[in-house]
Design a protein around this ligand. Structure first.
Ligand code: SF4
Length: 353
């Protein structure tokens, strides 16, 4: 942990307590919250609406930012990948993906990842450590400031996906706290509807997530309709097999409001899990579990040495989608972004280009 508390990860109530302890009025806490999250300032010096003495006191007792950007890569498609480091030297990766009408930031919830998905480069790092709520939020602030200038307007709003390094549901508390702080209208004001959390299938946390009142969208990474194959591709399946995972997904589905849906992600690995039979089995699996409010995101595998997988052919990706649709399942193909700078799905492993 940083020696000084990292205020970016403090809720408004926690900031209030801190300022009470410093014998400062409550409104100072709101000023600092607005400075950090609304104006995206990364140092107390820049908060010139605070008296100098208060800024000095804050500098002595707390930190406004703790991450440093080691390198930044810009893809030919405009995607930006940021390699950051925590104060104690752990890598954090964040990706900015622009499209015509919206911006998406893919952030990390852990440094490295303890899960061993066979098609993912991050798995090779193992778990280095959980990121704090402040470190999760600071990634977003750094990226937005890089793209739009410090505190600059974000013309398309921002969508967030917890799909960078790590399994978000293994850092549940910090993740939910960070998302809560980011949704504050005096801060970044990124509402839960613009956020998607992607899990490899931590069943108890899916059930806990289902109970939250204000929660982001859910995506579950499935990648095979077959228990034996998923055991190999995503070893977390040995702990929570498909049958249990989809039962939890059904519990979650029942909490959705009219018109809401959730997502299954399916990484298509050429010659491995992309056959016509796999598509048909997947549709049948969803039917058997009575999962109706779902869509499937098909993610063509992104090549990443030393992983021994190849992407499916574009024809097979299309065919897979058509088979699902012919069986009544909505499916979308995710266009890979930032492959040239190792920013695409499954490629994040603190790799320098
Ligand atoms: S795909 Fe996600 S959950 Fe699986 S190893 Fe990679 S980062 Fe971890």
């Amino acid at each position: 942990m940083p020696e000084k508390p990292h205020l970016t990860g403090f809720s408004r109530a926690e900031l209030g307590e801190l300022f009470a302890g410093l014998a400062e009025p409550r409104y100072r806490a709101d000023q600092v919250f607005r400075g950090l999250h609304g104006r995206r300032l990364m140092s107390f010096e820049e908060m010139t609406d605070l008296p100098k003495a208060v800024r000095e006191k804050l500098n002595e007792t707390a930190a406004a930012s703790t991450l440093t950007v080691d390198s930044k890569y810009i893809s030919i498609d405009g995607t930006r990948r940021f390699l950051m480091k925590t104060h104690d030297g752990y890598p954090v990766e964040t990706v900015f993906i622009p499209t015509e009408n919206r911006d998406t930031i893919c952030f990390s919830s852990q440094s490295g990842c303890p899960l061993k998905c066979d098609f993912c480069l991050t798995a090779k790092l193992g778990l280095l450590r959980n990121l704090t709520a402040g470190e999760i939020i600071e990634q977003i602030i750094i990226v937005l400031n890089d793209v739009y200038g410090v505190g600059g307007e974000t013309p398309h709003g921002t969508n967030l996906v917890a799909m960078g390094e790590g399994e978000p549901f293994l850092n549940f508390e910090n993740l939910i706290k960070a998302l809560d702080i980011m949704s504050d209208e005096n801060g970044l004001f990124i509402v839960p509807g613009r956020i998607t959390v992607s899990t490899a299938g931590i069943v108890p946390k899916i059930l806990e997530f289902a109970k939250l009142d204000r929660r982001p969208n859910l995506a579950i990474s499935l990648s095979s309709p077959n228990e034996a194959q998923r055991d190999v591709l995503m070893p977390i399946n040995k702990r929570w097999p498909i049958a249990e995972l989809l039962a939890a997904a059904k519990v979650f589905e029942k909490t959705l409001k009219r018109g809401e849906r959730f997502t299954f992600e399916y990484v298509l690995l050429g010659g491995v899990n992309d056959s016509d039979d796999h598509a048909a089995d997947l549709a049948e699996l969803l039917r058997r579990h009575d999962l109706r409010k779902v869509k499937i995101n098909l993610i063509p595998h992104n090549p990443a040495e030393p992983l021994d997988y190849r992407p499916s052919s574009p024809e097979q990706v299309r065919r897979f989608k058509e088979i699902l649709e012919s069986l009544g399942v909505s499916a979308y193909i995710r266009t890979p972004r930032g492959r040239d700078i190792y920013a695409a799905c499954g490629q994040l492993a603190a790799k320098t280009v």
